[in-house]
Design a protein around this ligand. Structure first.
Ligand SMILES: [Zn+2]
Ligand SMILES: [Zn+2]
Ligand SMILES: [Zn+2]
Length: 241
């Protein structure tokens, strides 16, 4: 049977594309119709009950928009939950008193000069006395307006950066660090058990980036073999993956 296009409602003739959510579209719409930056659906009244473009240019559909995190208080609560979930898996960050704020895309770019399109940033300032950390201050910034699953995943990623900082691990390879941070995101997403979380997990496995994607897949394999504690031990003892 000829599939029906979710966007135009007509039977599809010739080439068509299917998205993660089971929608089929005529191939010609893919270039012409904006896609949601967070779920990949084509944005239209029929497919997503519309959507909007944030002032910084990001596009979000009407299905993701109601779940967008736009209040600092909501963000702080979710961050606390993610921290507790990470502890359940053995990723300990104690004491945990972060400064937290949702920030704009331009502010995030200013903070993170390494470039690339990031969704969060973490800083850690500490005082050392005789090679021991005596006091520290952590700050976590997350991009404003992320749908909840993306927000949670980003929190886990940034918290894992804090895990490294708080153990004074600053000279490990980017693939080991970012791969581990994505591993923390993966563990938290798995616990969500939602389709949105599964979609993001698929993105982690398919990420072509040599640091973030390849790093994650290596860490994931290592963790499969040695468990979370084996991975964390490895991360403490080694400089690269
Ligand atoms: Zn169509
Ligand atoms: Zn969406
Ligand atoms: Zn990172």
């Amino acid at each position: 049977m000829q599939p029906i296009c979710t966007y135009c409602g007509r039977p599809i003739i010739g080439k068509y594309l299917k998205d993660y959510w089971g929608n089929s579209y005529c191939a010609e719409h893919i270039k012409a119709v904006p896609q949601c930056d967070y779920c990949g659906r084509l944005i239209s009244p029929k497919t997503t009950r519309g959507g909007k473009t944030y002032s910084d240019g990001r596009r979000i559909c009407g299905i993701c928009l109601p779940k967008a995190v736009t209040e600092n208080q909501t963000g702080r609560e979710l961050l606390g939950k993610v921290h507790d979930l990470l502890e359940e898996t053995g990723i300990m960050i104690q004491p945990f008193k972060p400064d937290f704020a949702l920030i704009s895309r331009s502010r995030l770019k200013q903070l993170d000069r390494r470039g690339g399109e990031k969704q969060g940033f973490a800083t850690f300032k500490r005082r050392m006395v005789k090679a021991k950390i005596t006091s520290f201050k952590m700050e976590i910034f997350i991009l404003n307006g992320l749908p909840e699953s993306s927000f949670i995943s980003t929190c886990a990623h940034e918290l894992m950066h804090i895990w490294f900082y708080s153990r004074n691990i600053t000279d490990a390879s980017p693939a080991l660090i970012e791969g581990s941070c994505n591993m923390a995101a993966y563990l938290i997403l798995k616990k969500q058990g939602t389709l949105e979380a599964e979609y993001l997990i698929k993105g982690l496995f398919e990420d072509k980036n040599k640091i973030y994607g390849a790093g994650f897949r290596k860490i994931q394999k290592l963790t499969d073999k040695r468990g979370t504690s084996g991975w964390l031990e490895y991360a403490i003892k080694h400089k690269r993956i």
